[in-house]
Write a protein that binds this ligand. Structure first.
Ligand code: ATP
Length: 343
């Protein structure tokens, strides 16, 4: 066996089910012979409990140095002044592109789904310009929120999506918007994304959908879609819908990509209802680590990983409870490791 060059990578166990699915993922990547050299760092609630800061400087330094991280889900301390740790990580490292592929592995209600959603990660309503206006003795009588989409930011995410389509042989991009109502905020998104689309004419087809119609069409006929290009909030919502089409949050990976840094994660959150019970499905994070292997130039390892997951689920019939099986996180991980070692 050839020894691959070690790749220093920041590892964030995270909160809730994070440490359980991260532990499973590390065991599987080791069995696969993936060359990541882990640097474990705390973030979110775990970091807040340890040192009073959900984003400690050591975490930031490690990610900046490595340019690569695998992250468990994070929770944000409750209270004034704490913004989502996930959002802050994206902002700190300029992770403007969120890539969320939805691919059927376990045929369920819908079979043969293969859609990639590209979500703008830094703008829209997530800039969080929010405040209350007092009326009479009610200090929170009116809630105000404004979003911001910039032509530069839209151009950058649209270009990323079209380049992704060219590189991965995808045929069509659907731009998602609400330009009939949010005429300025999402009208500009549609306009600038169409400008970029023109440069790819003849190579990548383009159409557009109003977000509500898109949500319905995804359930009625998901096979008409190839790639979705979404602003921040619409992308957040539709990517959970996509996860639902392919079997739930336990099967949905995500990548956050910037110019110098990439952070890979599961789409799901901390799932506090099942944390510590040993039943979490680690596949989302495993698939995210597959995206990370593609990103660092080891697609052959990513393919081996995806094939082994497929065989463990569909031939060995070992599944966690969210997929209708009986396996614990550990039992699924052991079955997957056995598959990898026998291949
Ligand atoms: P957060 O507040 O961090 O977003 P949440 O519970 O509101 O957490 P998710 O963590 O995304 O939202 O999950 C929603 C539900 O989906 C969970 O309550 C859990 O039952 C289920 N779920 C999510 N991820 C998994 C997983 N990996 N394995 C099994 N079930 C999961």
């Amino acid at each position: 066996m050839t020894t691959l060059n070690p790749i220093p990578t920041t590892l964030i166990p995270g909160d809730g089910i994070g440490p359980e699915v991260v532990k499973a993922t590390i065991a599987v990547l080791e069995a696969l012979g993936a060359p990541f050299k882990w640097e474990t760092q705390l973030a979110g609630m775990a970091a807040f409990n340890a040192c009073g800061d959900p984003m400690p400087p050591a975490l930031i330094d490690s990610i900046r140095k490595n340019g690569l991280a695998l992250k468990g889900p994070l929770s944000t301390p409750i209270g004034e002044g704490f913004r989502s740790a996930n959002v802050r990580l994206r902002e700190t490292f300029g992770l403007y592109a969120n890539v969320r592929p939805a691919l059927t592995i376990v045929p369920g209600r819908f079979d043969k789904i293969d859609i990639v959603l590209i979500r703008e990660n830094l703008e829209g309503f997530y800039v969080a310009h929010e405040h209350y206006l007092p009326v009479g003795d009610d200090p929170r009588a009116v809630a105000l929120s404004s979003g911001a989409n910039t032509r530069v930011g839209i151009n950058r995410i649209a270009r990323y999506a079209f380049e992704y389509a060219v590189k991965h042989g995808r045929k069509k991009i659907t731009i998602v918007h609400k330009a009939n109502v949010l005429k300025v905020l999402t009208g500009l998104f549609l306009e600038e994304a169409r400008n970029v689309a023109r440069e790819y004419e003849g190579r990548v087809a383009v159409d557009d959908r109003i977000v509500d119609a898109c949500a319905m069409q995804l359930v009625l006929n998901p096979w008409q879609f190839d790639m979705l290009l979404c602003s921040n909030l619409f992308g957040d919502i539709l990517s959970d819908e996509l996860a639902g089409l392919v079997g739930g949050l336990g099967l949905a990976p995500g990548a956050n990509i910037g110019k110098d840094v990439a952070i890979f994660e599961a789409v799901h959150g901390t799932a506090p209802d099942i944390a510590g019970k040993g039943i979490a499905n680690p596949i989302s994070l495993l698939l995210a680590s597959g995206l990370m292997l593609d990103h660092v130039g080891h697609p052959e390892l990513a393919t081996r990983l995806r094939t082994a997951i497929d065989l463990t689920l569909n031939q060995d019939n070992v599944k966690t409870t969210d997929l209708g099986g009986k396996a614990t996180t550990v039992a699924f991980t052991e079955a997957l490791v056995k598959r990898l070692k026998s291949a």
